[in-house]
Design a protein around this ligand. Structure first.
Ligand SMILES: Nc1ncnc2c1ncn2[C@@H]1O[C@H](COP(=O)(O)OP(=O)(O)OP(=O)(O)O)[C@@H](O)[C@H]1O
Length: 254
């Protein structure tokens, strides 16, 4: 579980996060959604420690993140997996080398142990046997799955996903969502996903947090989305007149 309390963030005179308090539960898909510029990326960066909040507190399972010493912080970083926008694979490395990279950097595992772990992670994302291929030789969806395999290679307790579906077609997006979701449930990971994707919200949104102009505008679950009267939520999820009409019809049929 990750908890943030009363997070404020300003750049110069501009306040971009205003009093954000959220509990991100373990074993759940915790979504941060909102329009472009709402503050999602800034919040995600604060949660992983890439940016300092102007004020506020963050706890990782009871550990006060803002007051950890260097050694404690390093230990915690090894428990964090990151899935970056656009996969961020190294083009010059094979799939296996990409997935192995965090273990090469941060562990003393033997070659055999690393190989076994790479193979296990490839199996988890249904990509057995592509160890020796290069990122340029596989599709965008497969690259994303390799990115997921790399993000879980260190057996993280916390998984951060920044726009995991960007650039993917709706069907492939669903495959990616299901993978992230299954891994989250199976391994009881605290997963935080920054997304614009309406399908993700409705498919895997266990805890949804809507940011609007730097404020927490709505919280709820995927099953609460349809009936919510929150103007900001309806405007974000059902953005077009056509979707608003469909929403109206769906509510009438409930
Ligand atoms: N380093 C920075 N310096 C100054 N302003 C910043 C900085 N980083 C972000 N901002 C501002 O903070 C606000 C929130 O930005 P953020 O990137 O978090 O939005 P977002 O919700 O992630 O948008 P998108 O969906 O487009 O990525 C924006 O107004 C942005 O210009």
């Amino acid at each position: 579980m990750i908890r943030c309390e009363n997070i404020f963030k300003s750049f110069d005179e501009t306040e971009v996060l205003k009093d954000i308090s959220i509990v991100f539960e373990s074993g759940k898909n915790n979504l941060i959604i909102g329009k472009s510029g709402a503050g999602k990326t800034v919040l995600l960066k604060i949660l992983v420690g890439l940016l300092n909040p102007t004020s506020g507190k963050i706890w990782y399972d009871g550990h006060d993140f803002t007051s950890l010493n260097h050694k404690e912080l390093q230990k915690l970083r090894n428990e964090v997996g990151m899935l970056f926008q656009g996969s961020a694979l190294f083009d010059s490395m094979t799939v296996e080398e990409n997935i192995r990279f965090p273990m090469d950097m941060f562990t003393k595992k033997t070659k055999k142990e690393k190989k076994n772990r790479v193979n296990y992670c490839l199996e988890r994302v249904n990509l057995e046997g592509i160890n020796d291929q290069f990122p340029s030789e596989i599709s965008g969806g497969m690259q994303k799955r390799v990115g997921i395999a790399r993000s879980i290679v260190m057996e993280p307790n916390y998984l951060f996903c920044d726009e995991p579906n960007s650039g993917l077609d709706p069907k492939t997006s669903i495959v990616i969502d299901e993978l992230i979701s299954n891994i989250t449930y199976d391994d009881n990971i605290t997963t935080i996903i920054n997304t614009h994707d309406m399908n993700s919200v409705l498919e895997i949104g266990d805890n949804i947090n809507l940011l609007h102009n730097g404020k927490l505008a709505w919280q709820g679950t995927k099953s609460e989305v349809l009936k919510s009267q929150s103007e900001e939520l309806v405007d974000f999820i059902f953005a077009s007149p056509f979707l608003k009409k469909l929403r109206g019809q769906a509510i009438d049929e409930l």
